[in-house]
Design a protein around this ligand. Structure first.
Ligand code: CMP
Length: 138
């Protein structure tokens, strides 16, 4: 079925000038952009967004990194969006990401890994609503 996923182009990707190239690969892969903005997470935003990782050793580093500069937040629509987007971006660690995936091409490291993709339909809805009102989704 057609459904939606949520993505962020993370601060490292924005800093390096990869917004255009990454969006080109996303839309060329059949995803329709239904919401999008350039924004910056506050510390409270990042802590809340990544609350599931609160007990992980990298949580502090993750929050600091994700608030370090602007990000592009977007909602994407496609048949099987959540799973297909995770295939398109590749493994969390770019060293393990498949050839041609967005993380393989644009990520710096496991923490500065260029893009986020929701891991379930339920989280896609929660994460999308975190950034966009109903009126901002098309
Ligand atoms: P993402 O899957 O988008 O959301 C959780 C993030 O935590 C992940 O991307 C990485 O940026 C980060 N992360 C996951 N594992 C590690 C790790 N071992 N060390 C540092 N950061 C990590």
């Amino acid at each position: 079925a057609t459904n939606r996923t949520f993505t962020m182009l993370k601060p490292d990707a924005v800093r390096k000038g990869y917004i255009g190239a990454i969006l080109e690969q996303i839309t060329a892969s059949g995803f329709r952009i239904v919401a999008m903005k350039l924004t910056q997470l506050t510390t409270d935003d990042a802590k809340a967004f990544y609350a599931v990782h609160k007990e992980r050793p990298f949580y502090g580093e993750l929050v600091e990194y994700m608030t370090s500069g602007p990000i592009v937040a977007a909602i994407l629509e496609k048949e099987n969006a959540v799973e297909d987007f995770r295939t398109l971006i590749g493994a969390t660690n770019p060293e393990e990401a498949a050839e041609g995936t967005i993380r393989k091409k644009y990520a710096t490291s496991i923490s500065e890994n260029a893009v986020h993709g929701s891991d379930s339909d339920e989280n896609a809805a929660i994460e999308g609503a975190f950034h966009f009102s109903g009126r901002e989704q098309f």
